[in-house]
Design a protein around this ligand. Structure first.
Ligand code: SF4
Length: 164
């Protein structure tokens, strides 16, 4: 953290340089995202993670990786959201809240499964409190692999939604 602070003071620059844009043709955008235009409002749900993915999602939206500069913004209510970002396996206690959050979003909705637990139960497969992966509860449009995925990979996945 101290190193980052010195870097900011030395260069006057907070964010990392922008990586190359996703394909301009939009071919890599999920079909549901094509109605979004250049921005996406994101509701975030932890369905039962170990907290590792949360740290990386926090970094992806922090000042260094800054997902907002590509049009992805966190919102507090599913009623304001286009996309549902989900981390972790879906636990028994979180299956119904996840389903209800998805139902509360205005259509069309996009669901992003972040991390291996969200994609395929990862390290928690066959756990006693596990209902399944995110795709077993709500339809998933984008998967971001990793345990946990790096912030760059989370930002890259969000950029497939915004096309920016
Ligand atoms: S994918 Fe890895 S870091 Fe993310 S919730 Fe699962 S075990 Fe934790």
């Amino acid at each position: 953290m101290l190193g980052l602070w010195h870097k900011i003071r030395r260069t006057g620059r907070v964010a990392e340089p922008a990586p190359p844009p996703p394909g301009r043709s939009g071919a890599d955008r999920p079909p549901a995202a094509k109605a979004l235009g250049g921005s996406v409002q994101v509701r975030y749900v932890d369905a039962g993670s170990c907290n590792g993915c949360e740290v990386e999602v926090g970094s992806a939206f922090g000042p260094v990786y800054d997902a907002e500069r590509y049009g992805a913004r966190l919102v507090a209510s599913p009623r304001h959201a286009d996309a549902l970002l989900v981390t972790g396996v879906v636990t028994r206690n979180m299956a119904e809240p996840l389903r209800r959050t998805h139902e509360a979003m205005p259509a069309p909705t996009v669901v992003v499964a972040v991390g291996d637990c969200a994609r395929n139960c990862g390290a928690f497969a066959a756990g006693y409190g596990v209902v399944g992966a995110v795709g077993d509860v709500v339809p998933v449009d984008v998967e971001i692999a990793g345990c946990p995925p790096r912030p760059e990979e989370i930002v890259a996945g969000l950029r497939t939604l915004t096309g920016r």
